[in-house]
Design a protein around this ligand. Structure first.
Ligand SMILES: *Cc1c(COP(=O)(O)O)cnc(C)c1O
Length: 377
C-alpha cells in the first residue's frame, strides 16, 4: 500500500478531467485566461474572501504573500520549524530572517505564547501553518493581537483546504492565506499550482504583478522581486472541476482518521486528536518512541509510511551552525517520534483495516530506539 495513491481518483474522474482539458484545448487559450479567472472567483467564494490570485506553486504563494505585505531582506519573520521548510525557502529567497517558534506538543501547531514572543522579539510578520490539516484554534485571537501590534499575519493553508475554525475558513483570518495545489494536497491539481487569497485589493494587485515579471501594464515593470509564476489554464480547469468535491473528500479523510484514532490500540503510540470541521486530516501523524521499528514492521507488511518532517528547519544543513544555539525542545523531540500513516480519501475500507491490524500486531517489549541528544534536552 502506498502512502498516497492518486490513481483511483484519476480513474474515477477521468471523463471530468478529459472534459476540462478539452474545454481548454478547444479555446486554445493556455495561460491567464477564463479558466484561471473562473477558478480564482470560485475559490475566493468558497473561502469567503474578496480576492484569489493563482500562482505556479505553494512556495511561490508564500514568497509573494510575504513580498506583498512588504517583507524585505533583513526583516524578521516568525514561523514554526516542523513544517517542511517551505516557508523557510520563501524567506531565503527574500533574504528575510527566520525567527523559529516551538510548537505545542499535543497539536504540533504554534501556540499563542510563541506568537507573542515573536512579536516581542521584533517579528514584522508571523506565518501560521495549519499543519497536517489541523486549524490553529485561536487564529482569530492571534489575528487580533497581530493587528494591534502592527505585525502582518500570513496563514499557510497548503495542508488545510476547507478547514473551518469557528465557522470561518482557514486562510481568511490573516492578511494573506497561501495555498498549494500540489497533486496530493486536499485540493490538488494534476501538476503544480498555488494561490494566495486576501481581503485587500492592493495586496491582490501586488501579487498579480509579482506573478508576471512585475508588470503594472504589459511590458511596464513596476515592481522588483517578481518573476514568472502562473497557474496554467489546464490546471485551473481541472481545479475548477475538483473544488465541488473538496468537502466530501475532507469528510472521508476525517472518517479514516477517526477510525485510526478509535481502533489503533497498540500501547506505545500517541494518536493525534481528531477534530470536527477544524480538521481535514491532510496527514495522519502518530507519535511513538519506537517510530523506526514501527516503520520497519509496517514496511514488512507492505504498508508505506513517511515522516513529515524528519529534519527541523533550524537543523537543516543549509544553515550551517547559524542556529546551533537555538533549541526548540518540542519540535526536536517530535522529529524523532512522528510517523505518517496512509490517509487519503480514495483508500478502500480494506486498506484502512489492513493499516489498523498491522499497527496493532506490532510486537511489544521492544527496546527504546536510540534518540539524539537533541531530543532528550
Ligand atoms: C506543500 C506545502 C507547501 C508548498 O507547496 P508547493 O506547491 O509544493 O510549493 C507549503 N507549505 C506546506 C505546509 C506544505 O505542505
Amino acid at each position: 500500500m502506498l502512502i498516497n495513491d492518486l490513481s483511483p481518483k484519476i480513474t474515477f474522474l477521468r471523463d471530468t478531467i478529459n472534459g476540462a482539458i478539452s474545454r481548454v484545448l478547444n479555446r486554445s487559450r493556455l495561460v491567464l485566461g477564463p479558466e484561471v479567472n473562473a477558478f480564482e472567483k470560485a475559490f475566493a467564494a468558497y473561502l469567503s474572501v474578496n480576492y484569489c490570485r493563482t500562482v505556479a506553486n505553494g512556495t511561490d504563494a508564500l514568497e509573494f504573500g510575504l513580498r506583498a505585505v512588504g517583507i524585505q531582506q533583513g526583516d524578521k519573520v516568525a514561523t514554526i520549524a516542523n513544517a517542511g521548510f517551505y516557508t523557510s525557502t520563501a524567506l531565503l529567497a527574500i533574504g528575510a530572517i527566520p525567527l523559529y517558534l516551538d510548537v505545542d506538543l499535543e497539536t504540533q501547531l504554534v501556540s499563542k505564547e510563541e506568537v507573542k514572543r515573536a512579536i516581542f522579539e521584533g517579528a514584522r510578520c508571523i506565518v501560521v501553518t495549519h499543519l497536517y490539516g489541523r486549524g490553529v484554534s485561536n487564529i482569530a485571537e492571534i489575528a487580533t493581537f497581530c493587528r494591534a501590534a502592527n505585525v502582518f499575519l500570513l496563514e499557510d493553508c497548503a495542508q488545510a483546504h476547507g478547514v473551518r475554525i469557528q465557522g470561518k475558513q482557514a486562510g481568511s483570518f490573516g492578511d494573506i492565506g497561501c495555498f498549494s495545489f500540489y497533486p496530493t494536497k486536499n485540493l490538488g491539481a494534476l501538476g503544480d499550482g498555488g494561490a494566495i487569497v486576501c481581503h485587500d485589493s492592493e495586496l491582490a494587485e501586488k501579487v498579480s504583478q509579482l506573478r508576471q515579471y512585475g508588470w503594472s501594464t504589459k511590458y511596464q515593470i513596476a515592481l522588483s522581486g517578481a518573476r514568472n509564476s502562473r497557474l496554467d489554464e489546464i490546471q485551473a480547469a481541472i481545479l475548477l472541476e475538483f473544488l465541488p468535491y473538496l468537502d466530501d473528500w475532507n469528510t472521508r479523510r476525517r472518517e479514516i482518521a477517526a477510525q485510526y484514532s478509535t481502533r489503533i490500540t497498540y500501547p506505545e503510540i500517541i494518536l493525534p486528536p481528531i477534530g470536527k470541521e477544524d480538521y481535514v486530516a491532510h496527514l495522519y501523524v502518530i507519535r511513538s518512541t519506537k517510530r523506526d521499528m514501527l516503520r520497519e514492521h509496517l514496511k514488512k507488511q507492505g504498508i508505506a509510511t513517511d515522516v513529515h518532517y524528519p529534519i527541523p528547519d533550524h537543523r537543516q544543513p543549509v544553515f550551517g551552525d547559524s542556529f546551533s544555539k537555538l533549541h526548540l525542545p518540542h519540535t526536536e523531540m517530535l522529529a524523532q517520534e512522528i510517523l505518517t500513516l496512509p490517509c487519503y480519501p480514495e483508500m478502500s475500507q480494506n486498506d484502512v483495516e489492513r493499516v489498523i491490524n498491522a499497527v496493532n500486531t506490532m510486537p511489544e517489549q521492544l527496546p527504546l530506539q536510540k534518540r539524539t541528544i537533541d531530543a532528550l534536552l
